[in-house]
Design a protein around this ligand. Structure first.
Ligand code: ZN
Ligand code: ZN
Length: 397
């Protein structure tokens, strides 16, 4: 039986031995960007790689472009799940670097598998879960609803970013579509016969602007008017808006949403319009970064990465369906520097995510995730601490 340090070395050695193939995977995915739920090419090359390395692989697991690959058994210890994302953005390709998330997921899985083999006795289960459509449709939410996380003990992924951030903030998110209905009339001849739906939309927009004065610094509200009339000499009878609210906890997000709903309905009342509103997008929960796991990851990364890498803490990076995963199992979602300073969702970031310079950092991060998994599968007490922190519902502060 090896000690924990030997197992970590075995994990890192297996990653180094496969580094060329791992780089090929992310380059292949990068060069053929696919939108959410259309990631068939990425799905195939990731599952081929995992199958070739001895994982039991379920293709199209619960969703056409999702997959699950496992090694070992949960009867012998915890199921540590690494998550791979691989969807791209329209027009600008892998501008969020999900090709690197895919590489990190399979590489960390490979590392933990090697550590388990080196241990000479069963330690649990390693799972690589391929989760489609993060950018567009929240594929992880479908997978949660289909039961893909019921036998998972901890979940981990890592996301490319301009800087390292071990405790990034992903805000809870809720999007509403609002339709105001008024009454059309000749704008010059009989304006008094009309009920102006655009006035309701503008009143709503302004009410939201006033609300921002009383919002906390990390609350976000965005609003656009999608329809506001068809001809200037017709009083607009229909106006349509999208409003999104975000906050660092689900509770605060719902509080903010209810304030916005008051504004939506009062704008209808004040203008004499009818209003209907409904969800237009899937809500995301806030990311809970499990403190015990974050500390392990940070320590393990410091062993394989020099300290001068750009780092910050608590950056707001939007919202993610990984937040929903973090509500059901202890999770981490560290962001990692990839060598450049471009920001996500830009063409420059697409360049960074496909560049050879990103590989060094990507390998370091997958090693740190694999070593963190070794820490978890070799200590029942540590797993208990992780589950305790999760049960207390405490986000990392
Ligand atoms: Zn993104
Ligand atoms: Zn992303």
């Amino acid at each position: 039986m090896c000690d924990v340090e030997d197992l970590k070395l075995a994990a890192c050695a297996a990653i180094d031995a496969a580094k060329k193939q791992l780089n090929n995977i992310s380059t292949e995915i990068w060069s053929k960007p696919e939108l959410g739920f259309e990631e068939r090419h990425a799905h195939n090359i990731l599952t081929d790689f995992l199958e070739n390395h001895g994982f039991q692989t379920e293709r199209s697991y619960k969703l056409e472009t999702a997959f699950r690959a496992t090694y070992g058994s949960r009867e012998d210890g915890p199921n540590v799940t690494f998550i791979s994302e691989y969807d791209a953005l329209p027009e600008i390709g892998h501008a969020c670097g999900h090709n690197l998330i895919a590489e990190v997921g399979v590489g960390a899985g490979l590392g933990l598998m090697a550590a388990m083999k080196a241990a000479g006795k069963p330690l649990g289960q390693v799972t690589v879960l391929g989760t489609p459509a993060e950018e567009s449709a929240g594929g992880k939410i479908d997978l949660i609803e289909a039961g893909a996380f019921t036998d998972v003990d901890v979940a981990m992924m890592a996301h490319p970013f301009p800087e390292n951030d071990f405790r990034p903030i992903a805000l809870a998110y809720y999007g509403l579509e609002i339709v105001y209905t008024g009454k059309a009339s000749h704008a010059a001849g009989y304006p008094w016969e009309g009920v102006n739906a655009l006035d309701a939309a503008v009143t709503c927009y302004q009410g939201i602007s006033f609300l921002r004065q009383q919002c906390k610094p990390d609350w976000r509200i965005h609003c656009i008017i999608l329809e506001g009339g068809v001809k200037v000499n017709i009083i607009p009878e229909r106006a349509r808006l999208h409003v999104t609210v975000r906050a660092p906890s689900d509770q605060e997000m719902f509080l903010l949403r209810d304030k916005v709903i008051n504004i939506i309905t009062s704008a209808a009342t004040s203008t004499g319009c009818q209003v209907e509103y409904k969800l237009f997008d899937r809500p995301c929960s806030a990311m809970l970064n499990n403190g015990v796991m974050v500390d392990l990851f940070e320590h393990n990364l410091s062993r394989v990465q020099p300290p001068e890498v750009p780092t910050r803490t608590g950056s707001v990076f939007g919202s993610t369906d990984m937040g929903n995963v973090a509500q059901v199992v202890p999770s981490i979602h560290p962001n990692f520097h990839i060598g450049g300073r471009a920001v996500n969702h830009t063409r420059d970031f697409t360049g960074d995510a496909g560049s050879p310079m990103a590989q060094e950092y990507t390998l370091q991060v997958m090693k740190a995730l694999a070593m963190t998994a070794v820490d978890i599968v070799t200590s029942k007490d540590r797993l208990q601490e992780i589950k305790q922190a999760f049960a207390e519902g405490s986000n990392y502060t």
